[in-house]
Design a protein around this ligand. Structure first.
Ligand SMILES: [Zn+2]
Length: 325
C-alpha cells in the first residue's frame, strides 16, 4: 500500500466521544442481544502464528514465481476444507515497471446466499523489492507482517466459522498483487491491482455486502492501529463498531483512538468501485515518515515481526464484531 502525506486535522469531536472504553455498556445492556455463540468463538493465536510461518516458509510470494503458485495451492486446500464455496479469480495485469503478472484472488464464502454480509480481506502477495532497506534493495521481502499476518488471521477465522455457525454471510477475500507498486509518485493506482480487479469484477454479479474489514500488517509486537483517514471518512460507523469491540475485549492498547493519515490500500478501491464501506486495520507508527513500522518494505519484515498477542487482539476483535453484528 501507499501512504499519502497529508496534514491531518485532529478530529477532536470524534476523539472526545470515543476516548472512554465503553465496557460498562456491555454489562448493563440487555445480554440477550449477545448471541450465545459469542463465548465459544475463541481466536487461537497459536494456529494463526503457524499459518503466518507456513506462508513465510514458502519464501517471498511474488506474483509469477513458484512460491506464489505453491502458496496459492496451500490456501486452496485450507479454504476448500472450511468454506461453503471458494471462488478463484484469475487475470493478468501490467505493473508500473511494465511487468505482466498474474492476479489470483481467492474468495472463501460462508453462507453464500445470505443477504446480510461482511467482507474480511487481506493481501497475500509480497513486494518484489526492499526499497526501504539499506541493502539488497532489489531482492524481494519475506512479508511476514506485510502480507502473511492478515492472511494468517483470516485462515484461523475460517476455522472458527466452520465450527461455530454464523447467521450472516462472510466473504474472506485474499487479494493478490497489492504490493508491486510505485513509490515515486509518478504512477497512479500502481498498488492494489488485485483489489482493483475484484472491485470492478466482483466474484458474483451484483455483489453486495454491508461493510468490509481489511487487515494489513496486523502482527507486529506492540502494534498500534489508528483511524486510517479513508476509513474514518467513508466507513466511520463500522470503524466505531470495531474500535468499541476492541476496547470492550481489553485491546485498547492496540486499537488507539488516534487519527492517522490516508493509506491507499485495498479498502480504498473497494469503496471507490463498489461503494461498500471498508475499514483498514493497519499498523501505525507515528514516529516514522511513512507511519508504518521501521521494518516496512525491508528485509526485517520476517517472523521476528510477528507477535501472537497482536494476532490475538486483531483476530478476537474481528470475531467479536462478526458474531455480534
Ligand atoms: Zn507493502
Amino acid at each position: 500500500m501507499k501512504y499519502i502525506f497529508v496534514l491531518i486535522m485532529l478530529v477532536f469531536f470524534f476523539s472526545a466521544c470515543n476516548d472512554t472504553p465503553k465496557s460498562s455498556e456491555v454489562e448493563t445492556e440487555d445480554t440477550t442481544s449477545l448471541k450465545p455463540v459469542f463465548k465459544s468463538t475463541i481466536f487461537n493465536e497459536d494456529n494463526a502464528f503457524e499459518y503466518v510461518k507456513a506462508q513465510v516458509d514458502f519464501g517471498p510470494r511474488v506474483p509469477g514465481t513458484p512460491a506464489h503458485t505453491t502458496c496459492h495451492a496451500y490456501y486452496t486446500k485450507h479454504f476448500k476444507a472450511l468454506a461453503d464455496t471458494v471462488y478463484f479469480q484469475n487475470s493478468t495485469a501490467r505493473t508500473f515497471d511494465n511487468t505482466l503478472i498474474p492476479i489470483k484472488n481467492i474468495i472463501a464464502s460462508f453462507n453464500p446466499t445470505a443477504s446480510k454480509r461482511i467482507i474480511l480481506a487481506a493481501h497475500w502477495d509480497t513486494r518484489p523489492f526492499a526499497d526501504q532497506d539499506t541493502k539488497d534493495q532489489n531482492k524481494p521481502i519475506l512479508g511476514a507482517n506485510d502480507g502473511a499476518s492478515g492472511v494468517g488471521v483470516l485462515m484461523e477465522i475460517a476455522n472458527v466459522l466452520k465450527e461455530n455457525k454464523i447467521d450472516i454471510g462472510i466473504d474472506i477475500i485474499l487479494f493478490d498483487s497489492e504490493d508491486w507498486g510505485d513509490n515515486s509518485g509518478k504512477v497512479e493506482d500502481s498498488y492494489c491491482l488485485g483489489s482493483q480487479y475484484w472491485a470492478k469484477n466482483p466474484h458474483v454479479p451484483n455483489y453486495k455486502a454491508d461493510f468490509g474489514i481489511l487487515l494489513d500488517m496486523v502482527g507486529a509486537p506492540n502494534a498500534m492501529f489508528g483511524y486510517e483517514s479513508y476509513s474514518l471518512n467513508d466507513a466511520r460507523e463500522y470503524l466505531t463498531i470495531i474500535w468499541d469491540a476492541a476496547a470492550n475485549a481489553g485491546y485498547g492498547s492496540y486499537f488507539r483512538n488516534s487519527p492517522r493519515g490516508y493509506v491507499l490500500d485495498d479498502h480504498y478501491y473497494v469503496m471507490k468501485y463498489t461503494g461498500i464501506p471498508m475499514v483498514d486495520i493497519i499498523d501505525f507508527d507515528p514516529t516514522t515518515s511513512s507511519q508504518f513500522g521501521k521494518y516496512w518494505h525491508t528485509h526485517n519484515d520476517n517472523m521476528d515481526m510477528i507477535d501472537k498477542k497482536t494476532l490475538k487482539a486483531v483476530g478476537q476483535t474481528v470475531l467479536n464484531v462478526i458474531y455480534n453484528y
